[in-house]
Ligand binder design. Structure first.
Ligand code: NDP
Length: 481
């Protein structure tokens, strides 16, 4: 496997604008071959306290920077990211395992999100402007935001948090996943030259750092992306201090395929809907309901398409899918596959783990398992997909809406109106027709039910990094009647 050339072993945390190495460090593993990519500082409790204090100290001055100036600084941040696309992309691939082109696009997504976020505004609303009184409602920053990210898109997930939190006038303490801290640490280093000290702090750690941070009394808001289980812990930890939370959590997104689709092109689209980033996307199709009229044809076409996809070393040009990102997730996915095998379900392709040092799992299609099976009910977050047969639209809507998650959903048909009629009946934060996972910096997304609280992106995502404040000015000094 190809290795990174330089610069991965001495990455530092960013605390109060300074480099902090930490007393000790932990290894970051390349999931493609289990080699050590580099090491990351182990943030102590005292260092975290310093980071939060630095963010608090920087907050008033940052909130006082004119909005237009903060917009300009976001653009400068985007320039810095663009100037280091290749370096950051290689780091993401090495620590996360996605194909290099995809990782580089992920980093480019951060600069795109920064630029587009910079164009958002926070207008004041005039409630009353009369001879007697002026009443204005405006949005004010919350203070210090903890941005906690998962390992599937270490830079991508941060792009939904960093620009909006800063533009709204907050300072930030970022904590990446233990599995993928390196690209975020490097980003923190790069941003030191752009932003005032303390405005963005980046810490890394492998133990209790996440809970220390989300429960820290110096934090005003936790913007968290990760599993539902951890999201519940974050919310509980935030309760004593009434810390605000936005939680982007797990999903088990249904895709519903109506019988009138063009099967060959549908097979390719469905494949990428489910298996992009080796299935490790919160908004990926995680259970696919296919109308009985085309079930056999489409599932065969899907298996045939899967055979054409190149899985391997993500650093190598031409690789389309890499390994699972870490041992913990690898074992979760293998356990689900093993459960399918034990229950006697049929694999249309895959099902047998690949030998070798990397966390590679072949694309695995499970033929019509029962609705109550684990592979249908649980979030697999990996390259194993249940294909489910349906005859009746009412029945498939009920099945799609069952379960604790409600993040995304998709409906596929040659007749957009027919698809839209089904889409309107689905219980999910975002429902796509004839596409999937299309997110833009202008449109908010978020989960319902156990998939989360609040939204990210767009104007509503920006609003979540603020609080409402109404200022009322009475023009007369005489007491009101
Ligand atoms: P985890 O919940 O395990 O971890 C997410 C982050 O939270 C990590 O940085 C982790 O740190 C940190 N953390 C762990 N414990 C706590 C705690 N008690 N308090 C605060 N932070 C904590 O999720 P994964 O990283 O495994 O990510 C996969 C999950 O994320 C999937 O369920 C997926 O669906 C979901 N996800 C949701 C998305 C959405 O937008 N809705 C997008 C992408 C993923 P550490 O690594 O040190 O444990």
């Amino acid at each position: 496997m190809s290795q990174l050339s330089t610069g991965t072993t001495n990455l530092t945390m960013t605390i109060g604008g300074a480099a902090v190495s930490g007393g000790s460090s932990f290894d970051v593993i390349n999931p493609a071959d289990q080699s050590v990519v580099g090491s990351a500082p182990e943030c102590t409790r005292a260092e975290l306290d310093t980071a939060v204090a630095a963010a608090r100290a920087a907050a008033p001055a940052w909130a006082a920077v004119p909005f237009e100036q903060r917009q300009k600084l976001l653009l400068q941040m985007a320039d810095v990211v663009d100037a280091h696309l290749v370096e950051l992309g290689r780091l993401v691939t090495a620590e996360q395992g996605k194909a290099l082109a995809v990782a580089t696009a992920e980093v480019a997504g951060l600069s795109y999100w920064l630029r587009e976020t910079a164009a958002l505004t926070l207008p004041e609303a005039v409630n009353e402007d009369s001879a007697e009184r002026l009443s204005v409602t405006r949005r004010v920053p919350l203070g210090v935001v903890a941005a906690i990210t998962p390992w599937n898109y270490p830079i991508g997930q941060l792009s939904f948090k960093l620009g909006p939190a800063l533009l709204a006038g907050n300072t930030v303490v970022v904590k990446p996943s233990t599995f993928t801290p390196l690209s975020t640490l490097r980003l923190g280093e790069l941003l030191r030259d752009v932003l005032p000290a303390g405005v963005v702090n980046v810490v890394s750690g492998s133990g209790d750092l996440g809970s220390w941070l989300s429960g820290h009394p110096g934090i005003d808001k936790v913007s968290f992306t990760g599993s539902t289980q951890t999201g519940r812990a974050v919310m509980a930890g935030a309760a004593p201090t009434l810390t605000r939370v936005t939680l982007e959590l797990g999903g088990n997104d249904p895709a519903i395929v109506l019988p009138d689709v063009d099967v060959p092109s549908m097979a390719e689209q469905l494949f990428w809907a489910a298996f992009s980033n080796t299935g490790q996307i919160c908004l990926a199709a995680k259970r696919v309901y296919i109308h009985a009229d085309i079930y056999e044809e489409l599932t065969r076409a899907l298996a045939a398409y899967a055979a054409t996809v190149r899985i391997g070393d993500p650093m190598e040009e031409g690789t389309q899918l890499g390994p699972i990102s870490n041992r913990r997730q690898y074992e979760t996915v293998l356990d689900l596959i093993e459960d399918c095998r034990r229950q006697g379900y049929t694999f249309l392709t895959g099902g047998t783990p690949e030998p070798g040092p990397g966390f590679f799992v072949p694309v695995t299609l499970v033929d019509n398992p029962p609705e109550e099976s684990r592979i249908v009910r649980e979030e697999q977050f990996g390259p194993v997909l249940p294909l489910l047969r349906f005859d009746d639209v009412d029945d498939v809507v009920t099945r799609a809406n069952a379960g604790e998650y409600a993040l995304g959903a998709s409906v596929w048909s040659a007749d957009p109106d027919a698809a839209l009629a089904v889409a309107r009946r689905l219980d999910a934060g975002t429902v796509w027709v004839n596409e999937i996972m299309h997110l833009t910096p202008q449109v908010a997304f978020g989960g319902r039910k156990q998939s989360g609280i609040g939204v990210e992106s767009g104007h509503d995502g920006l609003i979540e990094f603020t609080e409402e404040q109404t200022i009322t000015v009475r023009h007369h000094t005489a007491p009101a009647a």
